[in-house]
Design a protein around this ligand. Structure first.
Ligand code: SF4
Length: 390
């Protein structure tokens, strides 16, 4: 691996949240392969489509209709292509259009460009989805196709590293004083926006510099935590995470007969990563056992198998021949709303049946206080009680 690529792998923008919090993680992760999931490959296709749309919108001369259509048709032949990608990328494009049209004049638009932030993190660079520059403001817009958890733009280190790279590139051409960042996750209906001044960005740059010096040498303290460890390639074998979770689960201190609400809250927070860690460790130990390595006290076995027809058509023929009516052998099931939306794409779905969809309230869920949703209770409010009594 070339020095630059190695450094990028070490101090990449997408893993910045991790190596800034837990500086030794960058070097430790080097020992593990960087595998790509099907969801990530799907995300790559959606990203390419998003890029083509934004490029065609801002550069219709260089990247005209014919070129655009040819490239999109090529993407549609990809195995993981989904029609719904069209609608989701349209939401991203719409956001950019509204933003660009709301500015006093046409902004400079930079699409899928590599930015170097190596003045702060040696060898560091990342590719930003879309950057608009207008007057003294840089707008950084990031498209995330995942449907895991909504990602906040507020003080988001990945976005701030792109911002540092973009500032470094354009500081002589534009009087940059403000940075605006947006993360769009259309599959989660989430748009997160945040802004800071150049001064605040450069302050973050100083922090990056201090942490990068440690990270590049694998120094500093391990900082296990549920969000920091989530995507770390060392997460199953890392001793710091293992010790941390064992401590969270077993180091209870004094044992009063009943725990209080305050203690329950504190323990829930402390146990947040334990179940996840146990699952990661189980997956890793199973892979080791299957590879013929010994994990004392554990072994891999064949799970409970399932029965299947050797030839379903022939089996059904035999059943019908012996008197079972065909109607009893099949059940007619409607596709779910999400499956139909996936099949048609969001736009067509909305046009055709969007007005026939009702959103039912979800099951109550316990989340951290920092969650942006409003808290709910089963208690009847005074207003409701009054209404009932009417
Ligand atoms: S698993 Fe967690 S604590 Fe261990 S190196 Fe990775 S981020 Fe750091």
């Amino acid at each position: 691996m070339a020095q630059e690529e190695r450094a990028h792998a070490l101090l990449s923008a997408s893993s910045a949240h991790r190596w800034l919090n837990c500086t030794p993680s960058a070097k430790l992760e080097e020992q593990f392969p960087d595998t790509s999931s099907e969801a990530a490959q799907e995300g790559t296709i959606a990203h390419e489509l998003a890029e083509l749309k934004v490029r065609h919108y801002f550069h219709p001369v260089d990247f005209g209709r014919q070129k655009f259509t040819r490239r999109v048709n090529k993407l549609k032949k990809e195995e993981l292509w989904q029609n719904e990608m069209d609608g989701y990328t349209e939401e991203y494009l719409d956001y950019i259009k509204v933003l660009a049209n709301g500015l006093a004049s046409k902004p400079g638009a930079v699409i899928e460009q590599k930015f170097y932030y190596d003045a702060w993190a040696p060898g560091g660079f990342g590719t930003a989805d879309c950057i608009l520059i207008h007057g003294d403001t840089i707008h950084i817009i990031d498209f995330k196709y995942g449907k895991g958890v909504p990602v906040s733009a507020e003080k988001n280190p990945q976005m701030m590293l792109y911002a540092l790279g973009a500032y470094d590139t354009y500081k002589l051409l534009y009087p940059i004083q403000n940075i605006k960042m947006t993360i769009i996750q259309p599959r989660l209906d989430s748009v997160s926006e945040w802004g800071c001044t150049l001064e605040e960005l450069l302050e973050f740059g100083k922090y990056v510099k201090e942490r990068a010096v440690l990270a590049i040498d694998g120094k500093g303290d391990f900082a296990p935590d549920v969000s920091t460890c989530r995507f770390c390639r060392a997460k199953a074998q890392c001793r710091a995470r293992s010790d941390y979770n064992v401590k969270q689960a077993f180091d209870l201190g004094e044992l009063p007969p009943l725990i209080t609400h305050a203690e329950a809250g504190e323990r829930l927070a402390r146990l947040a990563d334990v179940a996840k860690y146990q699952k990661d460790l189980q997956e890793w130990a199973l892979a080791e056992c299957l590879a013929g390595n010994e994990v004392p006290g554990w072994k891999a076995v064949e799970g409970r198998g399932s029965r299947d027809w050797i030839d379903m058509d022939k089996a059904f023929e035999a059943l019908q021949a012996s008197g079972t009516p065909e109607a009893l052998l099949w059940e007619k099931k409607p596709l779910t709303l999400a499956q139909i939306e996936k099949m048609l794409g969001k736009k067509e779905f909305d046009t055709c049946v969007g007005s026939m969809v009702v959103k039912n309230p979800g099951k109550p869920a316990l989340v951290k206080e920092s969650d942006k949703r409003d808290a709910i209770t089963n208690k009847i409010t005074a207003a409701e009680a009054f209404k009932e009594g009417e």
